[in-house]
Design a protein around this ligand. Sequence first.
Ligand SMILES: NC(=O)C1=CN([C@@H]2O[C@H](COP(=O)(O)OP(=O)(O)OC[C@H]3O[C@@H](n4cnc5c(N)ncnc54)[C@H](O)[C@@H]3O)[C@@H](O)[C@H]2O)C=CC1
Ligand SMILES: O=C([O-])CC(=O)C(=O)O
Length: 353
Amino acid sequence: MSSLSLFQRIVIRCGLTSCRSTKEQPVKIMVTGAAGQIGYALVPMIARGVMLGSDQPVILHLLDIPPAAEALNGVKMELIDAAFPLLKGVVATTDVAEACCGVNIAIMVGGFRRKEGMERKDVLSKNVSIYKAQASALEQYAAANCKVLVVANPANTNALILKEFAPSIPAKNITCLTRLDHNRALGRIAQRLNIHVSDVKNVIIWGNHSSTQYPDANHATVITQSGEKSVKELIADDKWLSDEFITFVQQQGAAIIKSRKLSSALSAASAACDHIHDWVLGTPKGTWTSMGVYSDGSYGVLPGLIYSFPVTCNKGEWSIVQGLRIDEPSRARMDATAKELIEEKTLAYSCLD
Ligand SMILES: NC(=O)C1=CN([C@@H]2O[C@H](COP(=O)(O)OP(=O)(O)OC[C@H]3O[C@@H](n4cnc5c(N)ncnc54)[C@H](O)[C@@H]3O)[C@@H](O)[C@H]2O)C=CC1
Ligand SMILES: O=C([O-])CC(=O)C(=O)O
């Protein structure tokens, strides 16, 4: 034992302590709601290495509720049938303690899903009590330094409830998904400019993952052969950017539900992989992404809300991009979405009384 490094000894004693360990050591990833739409799209992506890279083995912990146990077992059977080289084990369970045991990453997808015509607020009361209970299980059974991504709606407020009822998990480890909105914004700009989406960068999603979110293209750029150019200048249509573009991103989730009669499972699963990938492995130089994170008061956002900010990630830590100029219309939109989060927080607590 004495010839082992301190890191190796910690790994042996506690199981994995960080998301990025030696490549031989599998990372344990929990997916809640794994029998659902997003779960079904997400777990093969993780098992193929989309989330943590093609050299990182993983063990999947899949959680769902007892009525979905048979379907969950079917997902496990398919994962084994797919013979993914990186997949070193699958635990499929309806026991939240078993699901959380030793996990390094928790993707919280489980919950009551918004149906056509429902507002996100309608699902809030159903989901906050689930997140309160799962917070305690994560706190007790997950690996130290477990990274948490909340996908289930209302994502920001579920993440906030999870944070408040799991006080020993550092606030910086609890995030929510706004990467789907970020990716939608990149895609819409690329479509409008008739360029490839990978040439667009640095849009921002501010605030809540809801129809009050503020998709902001003021700082976005396009990589061209003659260098980086401002999206605002290339589009040269401020009305489109402050009107149609924003509404498109805000409403795209509802549009997909209307069209599919189901939520945007494929793109949400892909965005969840992007979120964790960049958080653990880092954002590319000169590029930021959007993540719902615990506000420290940056940009005048009330501390203690889970609010989507532009962030860069390095060595498994996110930091809010500082110093961006915020014009008056942006300020108003950022405050409006913060106001909705404050209202959701109040409503969530009233549901828990
Ligand atoms: N943040 C984002 O960008 C997005 C969030 N969403 C949200 O993601 C969530 C999941 O969406 P879908 O997979 O389409 O829904 P779904 O209804 O197909 O799946 C949800 C799964 O959660 C399970 N579940 C319910 N209560 C649970 C509990 N207490 N513990 C564990 N599992 C539980 C259900 O049995 C079901 O299998 C929804 O809340 C949806 O609104 C959807 C798209 C994008
Ligand atoms: O409300 C939903 O389930 C869908 C959703 O969040 C999205 O697609 O952005």
